[in-house]
Write a protein that binds this ligand. Sequence first.
Ligand code: R5P
Length: 292
Amino acid sequence: MIVVGVNSDYGIGRGVAKLTGSAYRNFQNKVFPDGESYIRLDANVKGEDVLLVQGMESQPDKRFVEMLMAVDAAFEAGAANVYGLIPYLAYARQDRVFSDGEPVSARAVLRALYDSGMSKIAVIEPHKEQELSYFKGKSVCVNALESVAAKAVAETGSSMLIAPDSGSWGRVNSIAKRLGLKSDYIEKNRSRVDGSLSMVKGLKNAEGNALILDDMISTGGTVAQASREAIAAGASSVNVAAVHLLLVGNAKEKIKDAGVTKVFGSNTILDSECEIIDVSGEAAKAVSTFID
Ligand code: R5P
């Protein structure tokens, strides 16, 4: 198998190549004057299985189209099979119709990847594991939350994990039990009209050093609200860990203003001001199931 970085893989492609004993290559990338992406495969892949690695965090539409073009380029160059490793899957949060007339965006994206000819896919911490069934080939979910949590706990000495919404509570609670920590959750409600958050269930009490754990941070609103709640409930300090640090706009400032000391994340997206944990090992394990 040859691992090929498409445009945005932040070292995970190289990490996976090393751990699976595969060669690593890149695409050349350019942007045409009109904004269209140009990619060119810089490797001989004739007769090989090719693993394309592409995160879709910044400029998701572009990254998605580049991935479709990369599949086409790999087959054009004679690849036997084309697989995908997606560090961050865009559009995963629209996994159902919330209001009439909307698409199931996750389904549209995963169907298009399968229809492009990609036969196997590994996705690091998709919003919900079940949505990978929209991909009609083999799909593997790379669970990275627990290793990010364990490293953040080891560094901060946290004694309690907090899930910032009920959807993530089951998972956070199981991780807390395995790490021998207490846990609780907050229930939030997000307005479908303006995206504003309101609290449905707060924390009864929090003590010591608390770690808020979520799959991703986008605008920072969710973890900022959870941090304020944890401090109000008695936590002496609050840190945050999430797999995908999108940190859109003034998210970092918002999180800091809410009393958070440190933000931990994974190398599905890099941020020089946060503590980044390498999850190539988890990805390599998932990808190893592709190799016959
Ligand atoms: C939602 O279900 C996710 O797990 C995250 O909690 C959410 O996407 C975070 O978004 P934001 O940082 O914009 O509040």
